[in-house]
Each structure stands twice: as structure tokens, then as C-alpha cells.
Design a protein around this ligand. Structure first.
Ligand code: NI
Length: 173
């Protein structure tokens, strides 16, 4: 199982590199990302959150998360966005933190699958939110960026606390 990288680890704010090698190691990474995501009770997980600075993320937003709900996106691109939603959002790299955030209501992305084949996926509501949140991770964008000021203020103390904990942990190491 992978270990989740927490804020403010710099890998979370570093843009990731495209995947060029579609060998068996990639399938292993993706499988382990799904396992880690389920273990942590998330609906999405991006590779930099497990210490891999590559353009890979996984989501499963289906009710009870059956295997059919699993989508792994490699080198994803946004094809189109539509509408708007406003709601709570969290991130496994920020345990226990939630903020209201504006997102598109619907998004279509194209991406490569584990074999390198291109495919398209369209998500609405929660799936759109997850796809956009995870794709942001690949550019080194974390969800606490571009929040409305009133929402950001609510998180400020918790973020300070996380930065202190990170510093302590790394001073020990
Ligand atoms: Ni996240």
C-alpha cells in the first residue's frame, strides 16, 4: 500500500511529468492507487499524493464503489466543461479539511488507459468535481488554492497546524 503524502509536502505543488512507459509497472501503480484510495475512503487519488510525480489519477464515484466504477486516467486533457456547481470538497492530502468550492457541473476529459489507448469520459456532479480536483493535482494545484476568501479563512488555522506538523516530522527525520 502507498503512503499518502500530506500538505505541505512540495511534491503536491510540483507539476507532474507525462507518462511515456505503458509497461507492467504502470498497471501495478494504478492497482495500488485504487487500494490506497479505498483504504483511505476517498473517491479520487492522484499520483503525486502517493509520491509519484506523473500524470496519473484514479477515481471511483459510484455508490459503494464497485469495480465497474473505477476509472484510471493517464495524461488526461479537458475536452469540455459545462455549467457550475458549488459544494464541499476535501482531499486525502488534507485529512479532515473541507471547503466549499466552485466547480463545473459537467466535464468531458480524454485520457490514456493503462495500455496507452485513448478514451473519453464524461462526468457530472460529484464525478465532475472529482475529475477536476484530481486533474488539478497533476498541475501541482491543491484544492485550497483559489477558494473564496471566506472559505479560505476557515481553513487557515488548520493549514498552519499542518505546516507545523510537517516541519516537526521533517526535523526529526
Ligand atoms: Ni486531492
Amino acid at each position: 500500500m502507498f503512503k499518502i503524502v500530506h500538505y505541505p509536502d512540495p511534491i503536491l505543488t510540483t507539476p507532474t511529468a507525462p507518462v511515456t512507459d505503458f509497461g507492467p509497472r504502470l498497471a501495478d501503480i494504478i492497482e495500488e492507487m485504487f487500494l490506497t484510495m479505498y483504504q483511505e475512503r476517498g473517491v479520487g487519488l492522484a499520483a503525486p499524493q502517493v509520491g509519484i510525480s506523473k500524470r496519473i489519477f484514479v477515481v471511483n464515484c459510484a455508490e459503494e464503489q464497485p469495480p465497474e466504477g473505477e476509472i484510471a486516467l493517464i495524461n488526461p486533457e479537458i475536452v469540455s466543461i459545462e455549467g457550475e456547481q458549488y459544494g464541499d470538497e476535501g482531499c486525502l492530502s488534507f485529512p479532515g479539511l473541507f471547503a466549499k468550492k466552485k466547480r463545473s457541473m459537467k466535464v468531458t476529459m480524454r485520457a490514456q488507459d493503462v495500455t496507452g489507448e485513448w478514451f473519453e469520459v464524461t462526468g457530472e456532479g460529484l464525478l465532475a468535481r472529482a475529475l477536476l480536483h484530481e486533474r488539478d493535482h497533476l498541475d501541482g494545484n491543491i484544492f485550497v488554492q483559489d477558494l473564496e476568501p471566506a472559505e479560505f479563512v476557515k481553513l487557515r488555522k488548520d493549514l498552519e497546524q499542518m505546516r507545523r506538523e510537517y516541519k516537526r516530522a521533517h526535523a526529526r527525520a
